[in-house]
Design a protein around this ligand. Structure first.
Ligand code: IMP
Length: 180
């Protein structure tokens, strides 16, 4: 039986990603925050690398918090089902909140996140995504900051996985399957 090997081709190299994050960090910093620190939400697990790098580009008071969601399971297609796996440990009522996501693909995950966080009464809710794949949009979500708009390709690395692998790659690559 023929086996399928996986190959990763570079799509966005580490320097390109870092430069763009510095630009977004400067934009967010320029807007400042209110009386209280900006609540920066890391959406686990995919945005962990982006979140860590972006947070270090924010020159303002922040509270860094984590939210776990699960949407895909070992596949390159969205199941459409979103599940909360880890909740925030901070009350966001009346706070300025920035959601940091790795990629907005169909938009279903972000739409779910916005619904549950809006219901908690924040003063403001902004969305920052490293990648946006508009070709596969199923719901409209407001995106305040977008790192890169990408083609309809499945990407891995820099936090993004395929079947829980490749998250540790320092760059963003596309996954290609081929015969051994
Ligand atoms: P959406 O709900 O379809 O917008 O997908 C959001 C989530 O699906 C992201 O947070 C990722 O975890 C995952 N995802 C979507 N596209 C990709 C991809 O190209 N590579 C890896 N994960 C992806």
């Amino acid at each position: 039986m023929e086996t399928q090997a996986e190959f990763v081709d570079t799509y966005l190299d580490a320097a390109t990603v870092a430069n763009r994050i510095a630009e977004i960090g400067a934009q967010i910093t320029a807007l400042g925050c209110g009386n209280q620190p900006l609540v920066v939400v890391c959406v686990l697990k995919g945005s962990v690398m982006f979140f860590a790098d972006l947070a270090r580009q924010l020159n303002l008071p922040t509270n860094l918090v984590f939210l776990g969601v699960s949407s895909y399971s070992g596949s390159t297609e969205s199941s459409g089902a979103v599940r909360l796996t880890h909740d925030l440990t901070l009350d966001i009522r009346d706070r300025d909140v920035l959601i940091v996501e790795d990629i907005v693909d169909t938009g279903l995950t972000m739409s779910y996140l916005l619904d549950i966080l809006r219901a908690r009464g924040p003063n403001s809710l902004r969305v920052c995504t490293l990648l946006h794949k508009p070709a596969r949009k199923r719901v409209d979500v407001p995106l305040d900051y977008v790192g890169f708009t990408i083609d309809d390709v499945f990407v891995v690395g820099y936090g993004l996985d395929f079947d829980e692998r490749y998250r540790n790659l320092p760059f963003i690559g596309t996954l290609r399957f081929g015969p051994n």
